[in-house]
Design a protein around this ligand. Structure first.
Ligand code: ZN
Ligand code: ZN
Length: 285
């Protein structure tokens, strides 16, 4: 069984539509794939329909933009939620709030870029977002088109989208994120917990606290983790009784990592699914 539990579509900052993500999963001979767009569940029905046509198991997921306020300045972190109830009012309201804030933030970043003499417009970056929420990769596209950088990661340099034009976005308190996922009947996995290339990482003591607060798993095998970091996260998962997952965090052409680059073991997947089952009473949703 080949299982990839972390992918993005055009609903957030990937470059493939939800159906195309599933087609890519089928081409990579995956048996199970989760769609985990940032703060958005809008890709689920299209992906589920595509998965049925390919005979793949689809896992409805989401990646919540969270923040730990236990230090100053606070640290951003990502929580994956699987099998949450899309109709849960509290979750819906929180996702809408975060998406709205994200959009306002991207508009402010466009203003900062324009102030620095880059003739990018809001209409242009909306086009790159293809109906999804405008995020930094779409702003990066504008820089690539102008020949200012050649890759998305170059555009994330501190002199550009990494700091100079960066505007903070409203995130979800990490403990509230855990509560929301659990209240909505889902299971939670801390995404890329040691990915220091993305910014500061949280201390192990926070992960211990998160586990006590209902966290179900840790993403161990992720492209942004070195072999040493993977070993450390796996040992921590074992110690805390958390499920260890592996995934590609596929973003289409926005990142070099192919779908299925890292996989979740079948027994780990079964443990997550069993936890969701006991929590929610089935997967009718
Ligand atoms: Zn992430
Ligand atoms: Zn992701």
């Amino acid at each position: 069984m080949r299982i990839d539990l972390h992918t993005h579509s055009t609903v957030s900052d990937g470059t493939l539509s939800p159906a195309e993500v599933i087609a890519a999963a089928a081409a990579a001979e995956l048996d199970v794939v989760a769609l985990t767009d940032h703060d958005n569940l809008a890709g689920w029905s299209e992906a589920a329909a595509a998965a049925r046509s390919y005979g793949l198991e689809f896992v409805p997921g989401v990646e919540l933009s969270c923040r730990w306020y236990g230090v100053e300045p606070s640290i951003s972190l990502h929580l994956l939620g699987y099998w949450v109830d899309a109709g849960h009012a509290g979750l819906q309201a929180e996702l809408a709030r975060v998406r709205e804030g994200r959009e306002q933030r991207a508009q402010k970043m466009v203003d900062l870029m324009r102030a620095d003499g880059i003739d990018v417009t809001w209409a242009e970056v909306q086009e790159y977002a293809a109906g999804g929420t405008v995020g930094r990769p779409h702003l990066a596209q504008a820089l690539i088109r102008r020949g200012l950088v050649s890759t998305v990661s170059e555009a994330f340099a501190p002199s550009m989208l990494g700091a100079r034009w960066r505007v903070p976005k409203p995130d979800i308190d990490v403990f509230r994120g855990l509560d929301l996922i659990r209240d909505a009947g889902g299971v939670s996995v801390f995404a890329h917990p040691q990915a220091s290339s993305r910014g500061r990482i949280v201390p192990e003591s926070l992960i211990v606290e998160m586990a006590a607060h209902g966290l179900d798993g840790l993403e161990v095998d992720h492209e942004d983790h070195t072999p040493e970091q993977r070993a450390r996260v796996r040992a921590l998962a074992d110690r805390l009784g958390l499920v260890a997952t592996g995934s590609s965090d596929f973003h289409g052409a926005n990142k070099p990592t192919p779908i299925g680059a890292n996989l979740t073991a079948p027994d780990a997947f079964a443990a997550l699914r069993a936890a969701a089952h006991t929590r929610a009473g089935g997967f009718s949703r």
